[in-house]
Write a new protein. Structure first.
Lengths: 303, 339
C-alpha cells in the first residue's frame, strides 16, 4: 500500500513537471529560446494564488489569480526581453534569462520577504478518501492529477486536430520552413509563450497548497523540467508527458525508499543524508543514460 | 567573433607595441596592487583582489572551451567545487589523522593539494566531457548542468565532509619558505597561478591545437571535412578547462578556508559564464576583466544595499542585451590594438 501511495505521489509530481515542461519544450522547440525564467512564472503563479487565497479564502479565485499573474508576467517578460533574444545564440539567452531570474527573485524577496507562505487546502478538497482497503489518499492530490491529465488531453487534441496545432507541430519540426511559408511567426510565438506561461502558472497555483511558497521554488522545478524536456526530446509534448511521469516517479520512489534501504547498511542519520542526496541525483542520472542511448531524447526521431 | 580571428592573424605593427605596453601596465599594476591598497589604507583590498585573481583563473579556464571552443558548458562550477573539496578533504584527513577511503593519507601541503585538485577535477572533466560531448546545442548545455547538479547533491549528502554546511579548514595549507596565512603572500601565490594559467592558455590558443579548436567553433563540419575529428579535440580542451577550474577551486577553498556545496551551485556556473561574457569571450584578458568587474560590482552592491541582486541583475541584463563582445570589445572600440 505504501508503494501504491508513493506511485500516486510520483504521478502527481510528474504532472506538475509535465505542466512546466510542456511549455518549456514548445518554447525551446518552436521559438528556439532557452527560457530560464519559466521557473519564475511558476513562482509568480504560486505567489498570486497564495496571496489571493489568503485574502478571499476562495480556491477558485486563487486559481484564476495564479493563471492571470503568470500570464501577465509572461507577456511582460516576452515583450521586454525574450523578443530581443530570438536571433541571439543560446549563450546570450541563458545569460539574459539568468539575469532576469536574479531580478525577479530579488523583487519577490523585497515584496514578500524571506518567510515562506503557507496556503490552506481548499476546504472542499481537504479530506482524504479510501481508494483501496488500506490506501487512504488526499483528495486534493487526486484533483491535481486529474487536472493535469485533462490539460494533457486538452493540449493533445488542439495540437493534433487544429490549424494552430498544425503550425505548432510544424514549427517544432522545422522553424525555418514555417517562416519561409509565410506564417505570421510573431503571433505564433506570442501564443506559444502565453500558453507556456499559463501552464507554468497553473502548476504554480496548484502547488501552492502542497508546497511552501517561497523565493527559489521556481528554480528547483525549472532544472528538473529542463531535464524532462531533454529526456523527452525538444519540441515533443508527448515526450514531455512521458518524460515527466518517468522523472516524477523515479524521483519520488528514490526519495521514499532509498534512505530506508541504506539504513540497513549504515547509521540512520548518514543513511538519510546520503539517501536524500543520491535520490536527488537519480533524475540526472536517468537523463545522462537517455542521452547516451538516444542523444536527441526519447520521443524525437534520431537523425 | 570572426573579426577577432582576423585580427589575430593579421596584427598591425604599431598595434603590437601598444598591446605590449598595455600588457606591461596591467602586470605592473597587479604586482603593485597590495602596496597600493596599503598606501590608500584599504586593508580589505588585497583580499578582494585575491578573490578576483582566483575567479579569473576559473573564468579563463571556462573561456578556453566557451570562448575559443564554442562549447556552452553550464556546469563549470562543478570542477571549481571538486577542486575546492579536493583541497578541503585532504586537509580534513590531515587534521583528522585518518585516510581517505582508508588508504589515501591527508596533507596540509599546498604543493600536494593543488596538483591533486587539478588531477581529480581533470578526471571528473574527462568522465563528464566524454558523455556530454556526444551531444551538442541545447542538450550539451543541459547535460553539463545536470552533471553539475549531480555532483552538487553528492557533496550535499556527504555528512563526513560537512554535508550542507560545507567543510571548514582550520588553517590554510602550507608552502615551504612562505607564510600562506599572510594575506599579501597568498595574493602573490594566486597571482603566480593566474600568470601560469595565462601563459598556458596563451600557448594553447596559439598552437595548432588552439587553431583547430577555434576552427571547430566557427564551422565544425568544415573542420571534420578537413580531417579533424571534433570529439578528441573538444574532450582534451574540456579536460584542460576542468583542471583550471579545479586549481581555482583549491585556491579558493584555501583562501576562504572553507569548501561548501555553494561552490558547485548552478548559479556559480552562471556567474562564471557571466565573467567570461562580461569580459569578452574568446579573448585572453577578457576573463580577468570580467572577473574584476563582477567581483567588484558584487562587493560594491552588497556594501550599498541588502537587495544587491536586483541592480546586479539589471546591469547584467543590459550588458547581455546591448553589448556585443563584452568589456574588452568596448575597450577595443576606444583603443584599437588592445589585447
Amino acid at each position: 500500500m505504501l508503494v501504491l501511495e508513493q506511485i500516486l505521489n510520483g504521478i502527481q509530481f510528474g504532472i506538475a513537471l509535465f505542466l512546466m515542461s510542456a511549455g518549456l519544450t514548445l518554447i525551446f522547440g518552436i521559438m528556439g529560446v532557452i527560457n530560464l525564467t519559466h521557473g519564475s512564472l511558476y513562482m509568480v503563479g504560486a505567489y498570486a494564488a497564495a496571496l489571493v487565497a489568503a485574502k478571499t479564502g476562495s480556491a477558485l479565485l486563487a486559481l484564476v489569480a495564479g493563471l492571470a499573474g503568470a500570464a501577465v508576467a509572461g507577456i511582460v517578460i516576452e515583450a521586454l526581453v525574450i523578443r530581443r533574444l530570438y536571433a541571439r545564440d543560446h549563450l546570450d539567452q541563458v545569460l539574459a534569462t539568468f539575469a532576469l531570474i536574479l531580478i525577479i527573485n530579488q523583487t519577490a524577496t523585497m515584496l514578500f520577504g524571506r518567510q515562506p507562505l503557507f496556503v490552506a487546502m481548499p476546504p472542499a478538497l481537504s479530506h482524504s478518501v479510501t481508494l483501496l482497503p488500506g490506501l487512504v489518499y488526499p483528495v486534493y492530490r487526486l484533483v491535481v492529477i486529474a487536472v493535469g491529465l485533462v490539460v494533457a488531453l486538452g493540449l493533445a487534441l488542439p495540437i493534433n486536430r487544429t490549424r494552430i496545432g498544425m503550425l505548432v507541430r510544424a514549427g517544432a519540426t522545422s522553424r525555418e520552413m514555417v517562416r519561409a511559408l509565410g506564417v505570421d511567426i510573431r503571433l505564433l510565438y506570442t501564443i506559444i509563450f502565453g500558453l507556456g506561461a499559463l501552464l507554468a502558472g497553473l502548476a504554480g497555483a496548484m502547488a501552492a497548497p502542497i508546497l511552501a511558497v517561497q523565493v527559489g521554488m521556481g528554480e528547483q522545478i525549472l532544472i528538473l523540467a529542463f531535464v524532462v524536456v531533454v529526456i523527452g526530446g525538444v519540441g515533443s509534448i508527448r515526450g514531455a508527458f512521458y518524460g515527466a511521469l518517468l522523472a516524477g516517479l523515479i524521483d519520488t520512489m528514490l526519495r521514499a525508499f532509498l534512505p530506508g534501504l541504506l539504513r540497513q547498511v549504515m547509521a540512520g542519520s548518514n543513511a538519510d543524508a546520503l539517501g536524500g542526496g543520491l535520490s536527488s541525483m537519480g533524475v540526472y542520472l536517468l537523463m545522462a543514460i537517455v542521452l547516451l542511448v538516444r542523444p536527441k531524447g526519447l520521443f524525437v526521431r534520431q537523425s | 567573433m570572426s573579426s577577432e580571428a582576423i585580427a589575430q592573424t593579421a596584427p598591425a605593427q604599431p598595434a603590437l607595441a601598444l598591446r605590449l605596453i598595455v600588457a606591461a601596465v596591467i602586470v605592473a599594476l597587479l604586482i603593485a596592487l597590495p602596496f597600493i591598497g596599503k598606501a590608500l589604507g584599504l586593508e580589505s583590498f588585497t583580499g578582494l583582489a585575491t578573490q578576483v585573481l582566483i575567479y579569473a583563473i576559473a573564468a579563463m579556464s571556462l573561456n578556453l572551451i566557451l570562448g575559443y571552443g564554442g562549447m556552452v558548458s553550464f556546469g563549470h562550477a562543478a570542477f571549481f567545487g571538486v577542486g575546492g573539496y579536493a583541497a578541503g578533504i585532504l586537509y580534513f584527513h590531515f587534521a583528522d589523522k585518518s585516510d581517505f577511503l582508508g588508504f589515501i593519507p591527508g596533507s596540509n601541503a599546498l604543493l600536494i593539494a593543488l596538483p591533486v585538485a587539478m588531477l581529480v577535477s581533470g578526471i571528473m572533466a574527462a568522465i563528464i566531457g566524454a558523455f556530454s560531448l556526444r551531444t551538442g546545442g541545447v542538450q550539451f548545455i543541459m547535460i553539463t548542468l545536470a552533471f553539475a547538479q549531480m555532483l552538487f547533491f553528492l557533496f550535499v549528502s556527504l555528512q563526513t565532509y560537512g554535508g550542507d554546511d560545507g567543510l571548514i579548514m582550520r588553517r590554510r595549507q602550507i608552502l615551504p619558505y612562505l607564510d600562506t596565512r599572510d594575506g599579501t603572500t597568498f595574493y602573490y601565490i594566486a597571482l603566480a597561478m593566474l600568470a601560469a594559467w595565462f601563459v598556458l592558455t596563451f600557448c594553447i590558443v596559439r598552437s595548432r591545437f588552439g587553431f583547430v579548436l577555434n576552427g571547430m567553433r566557427q564551422n565544425e563540419a568544415r573542420m571534420a571535412a578537413m580531417g579533424y575529428a571534433p570529439y578528441p579535440y573538444k574532450l582534451v580542451a574540456f579536460i584542460i578547462a576542468g583542471m583550471g577550474a579545479g586549481l581555482a577551486g583549491a585556491l579558493m577553498a584555501n583562501y576562504l578556508r572553507f569548501a561548501s556545496p555553494d561552490m558547485l551551485h548552478w548559479t556559480k556556473s552562471g556567474e562564471l559564464m557571466m565573467m567570461v561574457i562580461l569580459g569578452g569571450a574568446g579573448t585572453l584578458f577578457g576573463p580577468l576583466l570580467g572577473a574584476t568587474a563582477l567581483v567588484l560590482l558584487e562587493s560594491f552592491l552588497t556594501a550599498y544595499t541588502e537587495n544587491w541582486q536586483l541592480p546586479l541583475g539589471i546591469i547584467l541584463l543590459v550588458i547581455v542585451l546591448f553589448s556585443h563582445g563584452g568589456l574588452s570589445a568596448l575597450i577595443r572600440r576606444f583603443m584599437p590594438g588592445k589585447p
